[in-house]
Design a protein around this ligand. Structure first.
Ligand code: GRG
Length: 298
């Protein structure tokens, strides 16, 4: 029987949402407006792809969902903070995200910035909390933290965002486009898979295979995001379509055309899936998630 991705996603989304509910301060905790803003964006209905990749990364090397849930939630908080800040007037100035008015539209700019800052900070607390109780060898904690710092910080997501902001409206080299996409989006996605596997005690060869997978799926995800911005709508995407062109963003279809972009995304997906062969059936969810990243409509 073929792998049932839909059932897999429903079960893990549910577990992630319950864990996020427990992990975040209640909305009425003082100062309530801040905690309300944090919860508003986290529970606005994202796909939960990054936390699910943490879980699937762990499962691919014999780990269990329950052992990595706090860190899976940390990835969702980092991702959500990046969306809140990306939508700010100083960045993309977007009005809709995840089908709702953006954080700064509802809570004002200052509170949106602070909600993003608080989510990022809270994420690191969750990573450390994953080691509480002594069930997990502490030896892997420095490597887990280094991976996340590199993926979310200036060598990763923020570096990619900085070059993206600087490049808007300019003609850039193909290497610059590749840098933006692999860093702005790919770094956190790749780290999610690796960190899940690290927490589950992956061997070095398994980690290398998962890295090859993660970099390819991460880049695919952003290429598809660029394509959806051309082809999608506010209803299907939950955010304003066509914004890349209006903001003169550097995109894959803008540079290479739609057909070549689709072909590159499909080729990367196949390469990423092929990298997992040695991991056997335990990697089935990751194989299916690569197809999901390629074929998604939102
Ligand atoms: C502002 C610090 C800072 C970083 C910004 C990742 C990023 C860097 C900005 C987010 C804006 C954006 C369009 C990034 C590309 C990554 C991407 C496709 C985000 C949307 O991710 P999904 O589709 O969203 O997984 P959901 O809502 O489903 O979680």
């Amino acid at each position: 029987m073929s792998f049932d991705l839909e059932a897999y996603l429903v079960e893990r989304r549910c577990a992630v949402d319950e864990a996020l509910e427990r992990a975040l301060p209640p909305a009425d905790a003082y100062p309530p407006r801040l905690h309300e803003a944090m919860r508003y964006s986290v529970f606005a209905g994202g796909k939960r792809l990054r936390p699910i990749l943490v879980i699937a990364g762990a499962e691919a090397v014999g780990g269990r969902m329950g052992d990595v849930l706090p860190t899976a939630c940390a990835f969702e908080l980092i991702h959500t903070y990046s969306l809140i800040h990306d939508d700010l007037p100083a960045m993309d100035d977007d009005d809709y995200r995840r089908g709702r008015p953006t954080s700064h539209r509802v809570f004002g700019e200052a509170m949106a910035i602070l909600a993003g800052d608080a989510l990022l900070t809270h994420a690191f607390g969750l990573v450390v909390a994953n080691f509480a109780g002594g069930t997990r060898p502490l030896g892997v904690l420095p490597e887990v933290l280094s991976e996340i710092v590199a993926a979310a910080g200036s060598p990763g997501m923020i570096g990619g965002q900085a070059v993206d902001v600087e490049s808007a409206g300019n003609v850039v080299a193909p290497e610059t486009l590749e840098y933006i996409h692999t860093h702005k989006t790919g770094a956190l996605i790749g780290a999610a898979v690796r960190v899940g596997a690290l927490l589950a005690g992956a061997s070095r060869p398994a980690l290398e295979a998962l890295s090859r997978y993660g970099t390819r799926v991460g880049l695919t995800f952003q290429i598809v995001d660029d394509i959806l911005d051309v082809e999608g709508s506010l209803e299907s995407l939950g955010k304003t379509a066509g914004s890349d062109r209006r903001k003169r963003k550097v995109t894959y279809p803008g540079y290479h055309g739609l057909e070549a972009s689709r072909a590159r995304a499909a080729a990367l997906t196949r390469e990423g899936q092929a990298a997992l062969t040695a991991l056997g059936p335990a990697a089935e969810p990751l194989v299916a998630l690569a197809d999901f990243a390629l074929n998604r409509k939102a």
